[in-house]
Write a protein that binds this ligand. Structure first.
Ligand code: SF4
Length: 394
């Protein structure tokens, strides 16, 4: 049975603007805490910043200064816009180079358009992102489609304006009047549409500031999907107002497709700690990849979750199920560096193409194939993890 962990407390308005003086300079570290994960060797393997491309205003901002101080040995290059760095973006040809760029280069910019967009699937609203780009390199990732494949993390340093925009939006909505599949009582804001907030927390306090802001708003909840376990997030105090969605797929699929991410077993093992720290923990069963033996692999994954997850996780968990989508341009790129991944995710015998708004061809499973596969996943969840409600599947 799914038991919401939050009260909603709809009678209270959101707090006043979240001012610059309230932004974090350091994580709040309990006295028993040891060294920060972000300073560990493991974190350095994910991200070892040597080059920072910065808009002047972003570099001069309080958040920008904090980030520059955190990476004192990095070379800093001024840029006119975080959108236009030809030597970084759009590089299709050399995957080794993109991974090097993603793990050693950082971009600092200011987010100009602070739009809160309606969603209705995973979240009620998509928040203006505090970052764009990712240090990981999943073979199916849609994030690089706009900026290019070697898309390093761009951190938006005007986090104060992003949080101020959210403050106003939360206030304008008032209490949620009716439950929906996003949440029974809180307006849910996705804060990680084009980034992974757990990795972003290795760089700056943007994720921490968002978690802290939502902890003070009693009608709203932050939500982000992640494929990376960052124990530093356990030091924050989310007070059940941040939903972390660990993305899961069978470990064999993940080893083939989820390049540079935390192992699936580690993501599952972390769930109990995150609930204990005050997060709501959900699971994204995604992307579901249809390949020989996929049903058995998903059954084993769900069985493993049932075996190892503590009751505290099961009581509050819910899932999203998302079938694989792919892209023709990305397929061509992947063929040059990771053709084995394409054996699994490029299946013209099962997929159909649809031209997207930007003119590229997106690919998804044919309607009947997809409907049957979604039904199979629902059945597997009912059988092996009956405690896991599916919020939506598509
Ligand atoms: S973790 Fe998410 S954002 Fe990062 S490469 Fe993988 S799919 Fe893309």
């Amino acid at each position: 049975m799914h038991t919401p962990r939050t009260s909603g407390r709809p009678d209270r308005a959101p707090d006043a603007l979240f001012g610059l003086d309230e932004l974090s300079t350091e994580p709040r570290i309990p006295s028993h805490a040891g060294p920060l994960f972000r300073d560990s060797e493991q974190a350095r393997r994910m991200l070892s910043v040597r080059e920072i491309h910065a808009e002047p205003a972003a570099a001069a901002s309080p958040r920008g200064e904090q980030i520059l101080a955190r990476f004192p040995d990095a070379d800093v290059f001024p840029i006119s816009s975080h959108w236009r760095i030809p030597e970084l973006h759009g590089n299709k040809g050399n995957a080794e180079r993109w991974v090097r760029i993603k793990s050693t280069v950082l971009v600092l910019g200011e987010k100009k358009t602070l739009t809160v967009r309606p969603n209705g699937r995973s979240a009620d609203w998509i928040a203006p992102g505090a970052a764009n780009g990712c240090a990981m390199a999943c073979a199916y990732c849609y994030v690089p489609r706009r900026k290019g494949y070697a898309n390093p993390i761009t951190v938006f340093t005007n986090i104060d304006r992003i949080i101020a925009r959210l403050t106003r939006h939360v206030a304008d909505q008032g209490p949620k009047s009716a439950p929906n599949q996003c949440d029974p009582s809180a307006w849910v804001y996705d804060i990680g549409e084009n980034n992974d907030c757990s990795v972003d927390a290795l760089i700056s306090e943007n994720t921490a500031d968002l978690v802290r802001a939502f902890a003070r708003w009693h009608t709203a909840k932050a939500s982000f999907a992640t494929k990376f376990v960052n124990p530093d997030l356990l030091l924050l105090e989310p007070r059940a107002r941040t939903r972390i969605r660990f993305s899961l797929m069978p470990p064999d699929d993940s080893r083939l497709l989820d390049i540079r991410t935390s192992p699936v077993e580690q993501r599952i093992a972390a769930a109990g700690d995150f609930v204990e720290a005050g997060y709501e923990v959900h699971f994204n069963l995604s992307p579901v990849v249809i390949r020989p033996g996929w049903e058995q692999a998903w059954a084993q994954l769900l069985q493993h979750m049932d075996d190892v997850l503590p009751r505290t996780v099961k009581e509050q968990a819910a899932a999203e199920v998302i079938m694989l989508t792919h892209n023709r341009d990305l397929h061509d790129v992947n063929m040059a560096w990771h053709p084995r991944a394409e054996d699994a995710i490029w299946r013209p015998d099962l997929q159909q193409a649809k031209r997207s708004e930007n003119g590229s061809w997106n690919v998804r499973y044919r309607n009947t194939t997809k409907a049957a596969a979604v039904e199979t996943v629902r059945r597997l969840v009912r059988t092996h993890a009956p405690w896991l409600p599916i919020r939506y599947a598509f």
